[in-house]
Design a protein around this ligand. Structure first.
Ligand SMILES: [Ca+2]
Ligand SMILES: [Ca+2]
Ligand SMILES: [Ca+2]
Ligand SMILES: [Ca+2]
Length: 213
């Protein structure tokens, strides 16, 4: 079982509690934790530019699975976990630079689905939407299907994970800003029971959009 280059620090004083190093594996990404094996212990997920991996952290650090074959977007490297097929279990999702969403089984790492992002006409050019910032998952229109929100340059896109017969994801809406958008959050800020999207932009503004189209 190969080791990972991981250090886990204690929250109380920042001392290293768990440190494993394998210089051959260049994991460098944001991490996410979730208990996907239902044993009460969280697993740690990586989404490096060339490697996706899940790590057990207790009672000892070891690899749950690792996949090195995907070439993913260099802009988007947060490990995104959400219940893709609404069966109560989380899936691990990544983006490919050619505009594809790859859905992996979070326990085994196996690919469960590959979907295509919608094509959009922008300035008379047809292009696939590809995130340039971290994507988040949330049901913003209340239809109990998880939606994906991400920025691409100065535009924010909301995409349903419901696919059509060709495996394409459906655009819910997009919104253009005058400056580059950063990672949004979803919250019911006016307490009307419906989600809003809060999104910062590079011109030091915070915008609030209705989650519904
Ligand atoms: Ca677990
Ligand atoms: Ca699931
Ligand atoms: Ca939805
Ligand atoms: Ca609201």
């Amino acid at each position: 079982m190969p080791a990972l280059g991981v250090s886990v620090l204690a929250g109380r004083d920042g001392r290293t509690q768990l440190g494993i190093l394998d210089p051959g594996l260049g994991y460098y990404s944001q991490v996410t934790v979730a208990d996907v094996t239902d044993d009460g212990i969280s697993e740690l997920f990586f989404n490096d530019r060339q490697t996706q991996a899940a790590l057990r952290t207790y009672p000892q650090a070891e690899l749950l699975w690792s996949q090195k074959s995907e070439r993913i977007s260099r802009h988007y490297d947060n490990p995104l976990l959400f219940d893709w097929d609404r069966d109560g279990e989380l899936e691990f999702c990544i983006c490919r630079p050619e505009g594809q969403l790859v859905v992996r089984n979070a326990v085994s790492g196996e690919v469960e689905a590959e979907c295509t992002f919608p094509c959009l006409v922008d300035n008379d050019a047809v292009a696939r939407v590809t995130p340039t910032i971290e994507m988040i998952a949330s049901d913003i229109n209340g239809d109990e299907v998880t939606d994906l929100l991400f920025g691409c340059g100065t535009k924010l896109y909301a995409i349903s994970t419901k696919t059509d017969s060709a495996g394409r994801l459906r655009l819910l809406w997009s919104h253009a800003f005058t400056a580059a958008v950063k990672t949004p959050v979803v919250a019911d800020v006016d307490r009307d029971g419906r989600a809003e999207v809060l999104i910062p932009t590079a011109n030091s503004r915070l915008h609030c959009l209705d989650g519904l189209p």
